[in-house]
Design a protein around this ligand. Structure first.
Ligand code: SAH
Ligand code: DHB
Ligand code: MG
Length: 214
């Protein structure tokens, strides 16, 4: 039996994931400027921040910046001297996020790289290995991001991938959405990868996480 539900999630958030004005502004301003409301939840942000710090990460990649909400949580978990490189294909999203990073006092710790993530990753491979990779962009490229992370993380490095639950559709064996089918395969691929110890954190929309052990 498990007790995890929306009320328990709110309990955790109320204790551990309270948002300051920078985070609140980031969500409000992103909505006002027409960005889609698909940022991670505060509870998920706190979990990412925890993972980044627990793994001692200094070299972090995020795939999918949007308005910078998750980037702020991640950057606040960086070990001293650490840096987040966040990848975004939409120049307008990148510009909005840079403003939010500056307002949060994080401009010197975050670099936004504009362009198709797979192209950026190809050149970033030369700058690795990395300590932490957060995947949260369009789903058809998740398998490629996963393989890149597996190669370009150091041993002991951590990957996290958002939307492991697809709002519950992940359990749909009959007619899942196309993106859900991709995540079903993705979760299964990760679960069977011997170079990772992986699981799913069940807050928000589910976060697949894995630590590279070989
Ligand atoms: N991580 C963000 C939400 C990301 S939403 C947060 O929680 O705050 C997904 C973002 O990824 C969008 O801004 C979208 O423009 C971007 N994106 C989608 N596909 C991409 C690709 N192939 N390369 C780079 N960015 C991409
Ligand atoms: C949606 C939500 C996400 O977190 C994401 O990364 C992509 C899409 C959505 O609700 O459509
Ligand atoms: Mg997401």
């Amino acid at each position: 039996m498990t007790f995890y539900n929306h009320e328990i999630s709110k309990y955790i958030t109320g204790l551990f994931a309270l948002q300051d004005t920078a985070l609140i502004h980031t969500l409000q301003d992103s909505a006002q400027r027409g960005l889609p409301a698909i940022s991670i939840q505060p509870e998920e942000g706190r979990f990412l921040q925890f993972l980044v710090r627990a793994s001692g990460a200094r070299r972090v990649i995020e795939i999918g910046t949007l308005g910078g909400y998750s980037g702020i949580w991640i950057a606040r978990g960086l070990a001293p001297g650490g840096k987040l490189i966040t990848l975004e294909k939409e120049p307008f999203h990148a510009r909005v996020a840079e403003q939010h990073f500056a307002l949060a006092g994080l401009a010197d710790r975050i670099e936004v790289r504009v362009g198709e993530a797979l192209r950026s990753l190809a050149s970033l491979a030369a700058e690795g290995p990395f300590d932490f990779v957060f995947i949260d962009a369009e789903k058809p490229d998740y398998p490629s991001y996963f393989e890149w992370a597996l190669v370009n993380l150091r041993v002991g490095g951590v990957m996290a991938a958002h939307n492991a639950f697809r709002k519950g559709d992940i359990l749909n064996r009959v007619d899942p959405e196309e993106n859900t089918r991709i995540l079903q395969d993705f979760n299964q691929r990760a679960s069977r990868e011997p170079r990772l110890i992986s699981t799913i954190y069940p807050g928000g929309d589910g976060m697949l996480v894995g630590v590279k052990i070989a």
